[in-house]
Write a protein that binds this ligand. Sequence first.
Ligand SMILES: O=C(O)C1=C[C@@H](OP(=O)(O)O)[C@@H](O)[C@H](O)C1
Ligand SMILES: C=C(OP(=O)(O)O)C(=O)O
Length: 435
Amino acid sequence: MTTDDKLTIKPGMPLRGTTSVPGDKSISHRAILLGALGNGATEVRGWLAAGDTEATLGAVQALGIQIDRHDTHTLTVHGGTLKKPDQPLDFVNAGTGIRLAAGVMAGQPFESVLDGSYQLRRRPMKRITEPLQAMGAHIESTDGKCPLTIKPAVLKGVRYEMNVASAQVKSALLLAALFADGPTTVVQPGPARDHTERMLSSMGAQIVVEGNDVTLTPGAQLQPMNLTVPGDFSSAAFLIVAALIVPDSDITITGVNLNDTRTGLLDVLLEMGGNIQVTETGLEAGEPIGDLRVQSSQLRGTTVGGDMVVRMIDEFPVLMIAALNAQGETLVHDARELRVKETDRISVMAGELRKLGAQIEEREDGFRIIGQQRLMGAVVDGHDDHRVAMSLAVAGLAAAEMTVVTDARCAGDSFPGFAETLVSLGGGMLPQAVE
Ligand SMILES: O=C(O)C1=C[C@@H](OP(=O)(O)O)[C@@H](O)[C@H](O)C1
Ligand SMILES: C=C(OP(=O)(O)O)C(=O)O
């Protein structure tokens, strides 16, 4: 491991000033995958150039789609007919990339193999293969894990009641539905992020949303998009919690996606007493965006469960840090999905935070934290999981001594420039360890 794999955090330095965050990861994956299906050139600005999204971009290029990179964040996707790839498509660590692509590949007239890293090979794929098979897809896998071999098949429209609230499952089915012989209705148990619906609708797809039911009727020719990707709320989340817990902080984050299906953490932090001012500034890529001013606050514990969970599914690792700094009890339930992300985020976070002296009660579907715990400094492991590495770094900002997060290069899977952004706000973060 080189020193680049480490983040060294000096605690207690207030965060002040104005910044933005990189483009939304979910929308950046979709801009490539959906752009590839459009009838012409999709123009994308503010694209997130990060580990996960670069993997999707590479896979779509391997399917014969021309993508012109004008600069790191600006590109043109020349949509059209997909071609049989010469080798397995490698989605590296990106669950979103592989699951959404599986929906597209199920409808193609050629065989493809979808694969990824050791981490992705551990994650459950039956949640997409079973409903896609119910549509008639021909998918082979071992024990419901990738690699997935997807063969040509005739797809039929179905009504599918999802048993897990997941935007990836919903999106895989809606994308396969584009190639089916009749309408498909996906019934969600809760309001999972709706970027696929918004983007397909902007491309002219026949898509109707009624409560938690989404129906896609195939047949419309998809038009190319022209979009600017808004800032990723899930990246802003680390800065928000950092500013709340480090005394004397006062930051503004501009141009953040405020889609209600993504901002559960905002509601929870406001409920916890966080001083956060939200100013909506308009629409970008069909999504509401705005600026967030965040000032240090004395937080109070809270309870999170039910429909709130899917609205903040990627933010629980950093919620743990807020909870450790809050007065009283924070209780999270209905969040067992955290156990099948890049890592088991309940157990990995609890284990690493214990190294910092934290007391956390792990529960099968969540956790319980009694707050206002002053953490000490320690060497902790990011476990090659970007949300874990960045959450541990935020914990270090409010600890009593220096913290080193190892295996932290993965921050670049979703938030390239994370350390530099914190440094630009005055946070005590060095991108490299002091040896
Ligand atoms: O559709 C998406 O872009 C995502 C959906 C979520 O996964 P699930 O669908 O598994 O909840 C989330 O955790 C992931 O980071 C991005
Ligand atoms: C779980 C995540 O992403 P994915 O499922 O795309 O790997 C995440 O970004 O936290």
